[in-house]
Structure formats: structure tokens, C-alpha cells
Design a protein around this ligand. Structure first.
Ligand SMILES: N[C@@H](CCC(=O)N[C@@H](CS)C(=O)NCC(=O)O)C(=O)O
Length: 221
């Protein structure tokens, strides 16, 4: 019997939204065909699948298109969740999703201002960085209470937020290292050193029409 075709993931290695989707697909043991996208030269096939043309986009074998990173995570984990990413031990699933929403709607815009102050008419990133502190301090407090954001094991929230905290830390690594956030740093280091993260960050050449499929999944190199 021929196996069903794999879902197709349009991704960009360094995009934090695509990272969280890849992490969840790996955690779910869900292989897919991956097409690495160059954002300044998006393939027409991506635009056809999702006119808003952001990454990640997952196209299922039945043609269904999922073009929001959180929805891709939820789709994957609803199919298979051996690590319990959808079952936080110290929060309800709704509280876990509230944390993701706070990241996406509050922290992410401030992170953009911090990274690119000139695009926001600001002389430097210090005001934006200051505005990020309450969010990061709240993460530090959570991680002081337990090794992961929602308790004793990693969940969707950890995978969804880590790529953004990583970006924040990368803007001024020395400054980040000097903050009184040991639990936050340990958590971030743990993610960045994990085998899962290494698999999620596998380097792939940009996809072009006609290329042989690249399988991305738990068993791939
Ligand atoms: N809400 C979307 C946001 C995705 C997003 O904004 N991705 C960025 C890359 S990190 C993107 O594709 N931007 C479009 C562009 O740069 O043209 C999601 O969660 O998937």
C-alpha cells in the first residue's frame, strides 16, 4: 500500500513562527515535505496556497491549508502528542494559549521595535527593550517556579515562545547575559542545545519548482 502523501510545509529557517511550527511537527513525529522559502522571492506556489504569503504554511494532503503557526502546532499535536505538549501540568490549556497570545500580540511588536528602532522612528532600541522587561520578568518568575513555562514538562507554550526570546537575547547578548534572569537563560539554553531544536534548525537550500522533495521529520538527518 502506498503511504499517503506528506503534508507540505513552506518554511523559512530563521523565522520564529516557522521554528515553532517545525518544533511541533517534530514533537508530534509528523514528517512533512519542506520547502525552504526566500522571503524576498516567495514562490508562486506559496502565494497560490495562501495569498497572505507568510511562513509557515502547511498544505495537507487533502488540500486544506493551515497558514498560522499556532494552528499548525495545534494540528500536529492534536494528531499525536507523545511529549504532552498540549497537556500542561501547572496551567490549563487555555492559560497556556493565553501566554502564546501575550507573546504574539504584546511581546513580538516590542521585540520588532527593539530589533529595528529606526523603522519605528526611534533613535535606538532602549525604550523598546525597557518595555519588554515586564513580559520577560514574568517568564523568569514562571521558570523559577518550574523548569518549563507551564510546569514540569515542555509544552506548546515553551516551543512557541522560545524562538522569540532567542531573538531578543540575540540583539544584545552581553546585556541579556547580565540580567537577573538565570532561570530564563537556563530555559533558553536548554532549548537551543536540545536535539529537537537542532533538528528544527536543519539548513536546507531554497526550494525551486521541480526540485526533488525534501523530507523533514523526526527520522531525517
Ligand atoms: N501570524 C503568522 C505570522 C507569520 C509571519 O509573520 N512570518 C513572517 C516571517 S518571520 C513572514 O512570513 N513575513 C512575510 C514577509 O516577510 O514577506 C503566523 O503565526 O504564522
Amino acid at each position: 500500500m502506498t503511504p499517503p502523501p506528506l503534508p507540505l510545509l513552506y518554511s523559512f529557517r530563521r523565522c520564529p513562527y516557522a521554528m515553532r511550527a517545525r518544533l511541533a511537527l517534530l514533537a508530534a513525529g509528523q514528517a512533512c515535505e519542506l520547502r525552504e522559502v526566500v522571503l524576498r522571492d516567495k514562490p508562486q506556489a506559496l502565494r497560490n496556497a495562501s495569498p497572505k504569503a507568510t511562513v509557515p504554511v502547511l498544505v495537507l494532503a487533502d488540500g486544506q491549508v493551515i497558514d498560522e503557526s499556532l494552528a499548525i502546532m495545534q494540528w500536529a499535536l492534536a494528531r499525536h502528542d507523545p511529549l504532552g505538549w498540549g497537556r500542561p501540568s501547572e496551567a490549563t490549556p487555555a492559560q497556556m494559549l493565553e501566554l502564546v497570545a501575550a507573546n504574539d500580540t504584546q511581546f513580538k511588536p516590542l521585540l520588532d521595535r527593539y530589533k529595528y528602532p529606526e523603522r519605528h522612528g526611534e533613535p535606538d532600541g532602549t525604550a523598546a527593550r525597557q518595555a519588554c522587561l515586564p513580559f520577560l520578568m514574568a517568564l523568569q518568575a514562571r521558570l523559577q517556579a518550574g523548569p518549563f513555562l507551564c510546569g514540569g514538562h515542555a509544552t506548546l507554550a515553551d516551543a512557541a515562545l522560545a524562538p522569540f526570546v532567542r531573538q531578543f537575547a540575540g540583539v544584545a547578548p552581553d546585556w541579556f547575559a547580565a540580567q537577573p534572569w538565570p532561570a530564563l537563560r537556563q530555559w533558553l539554553d536548554g532549548w537551543q542545545q536540545s536535539a529537537l531544536f537542532a533538528s528544527a534548525m536543519r539548513r536546507l537550500p531554497p526550494w525551486q519548482p521541480g526540485d526533488a522533495p525534501t523530507v523533514f521529520g523526526p527520522d531525517e538527518p
